[in-house]
Write a protein that binds this ligand. Structure first.
Ligand code: ADP
Length: 236
């Protein structure tokens, strides 16, 4: 190989279902850390119908982190993506892929760039929690690539830097996203309440009446509520 660095690409793919809140959180107590004013309880939906599928790749040939969503390149400069990338890189471990002859040291992950491609099999940004499925899937798949400990509670607490209500696992089914008491959000994570066989006969029907992007983002709507509604404290 001489003086040039060997060129390889290491990839991982994951899929995360979306989830619909039966008790929804509304309003953040910390915008930067994405900490809500109340818990939420959500039901995981069937990933064959509503899920995000994400492939992540790392290579010394990539000069920067890049991401494509539904085939279109999107910016990774937003705080939520940067926080997730930073937190997952912090937890990366050595990778020794004998089959491909790739060895990556824990500290190499800080300078290795990633390319991310994600597809949602349902309308994006239309109120069906694509952000929850997408961010959960992103963190879960990056964790797989970087050999991060598969502790779903911890992964959910990283994904929480992207969006609240993330359950980076396939079959969590009914989960509580615990709002936590610590100011740094370290005790805010997803907890499974019951598994997928608990209510075998439950059917959720989602009728998409419009797949247009919503006019007010949840983030904006919540910010307005926190700033202007005297009633929010009672709801929480
Ligand atoms: P939704 O109700 O679908 O969650 P939001 O407006 O709250 O709508 O979130 C949409 C945003 O979530 C997108 O603009 C994008 O930043 C992010 N997002 C959606 N899908 C994915 C995905 N598969 N992977 C990563 N991020 C995603």
């Amino acid at each position: 190989m001489g003086a040039t660095e060997p060129q390889w690409v290491l990839m991982a793919t994951g899929r995360s279902p979306t989830n619909i809140a039966v008790i929804k959180y509304w309003g953040k107590r910390d915008e930067a850390l994405i900490l809500p004013v109340n818990d939420s309880i959500s039901v995981t939906l069937d990933p064959d119908h509503l899920s995000a599928t994400t492939t992540v790749a790392a290579s010394p040939a990539f000069p920067s982190d890049r991401m494509w969503l539904n085939g279109k390149e999107i910016s990774l400069s937003g705080g939520r993506f940067q926080s997730c990338l930073r937190e997952i890189r912090k937890r990366a471990r050595d990778v020794d892929n004998e089959k491909k002859g790739i060895k990556i040291k824990k500290e190499d992950w800080e300078k290795l760039h990633v390319h991310i491609a994600s597809y949602n099999n349902f309308p994006t940004a239309a109120g069906l929690a694509s952000s929850a499925a997408g961010l959960a899937c992103l963190v879960f798949t990056l964790g797989k690539l970087m050999n991060v400990n598969e502790d779903y509670g911890e992964l959910s607490s990283i994904a929480r830097y992207g969006v609240w209500k993330c359950m980076p696992q396939y079959i969590w089914w009914i989960c509580e996203m615990v709002y936590g008491k610590n100011d740094d959000g370290s005790d805010s994570m997803a907890v499974q309440l019951v598994n997928e066989s608990h209510w075998d006969d439950l059917v959720i029907i989602i009728a998409v009446v419009s797949s247009k992007q919503k006019e007010t983002s949840s983030t904006g709507g919540m910010r307005d509520t926190v700033e202007t509604s005297p009633l929010l404290q009672y709801r929480a």
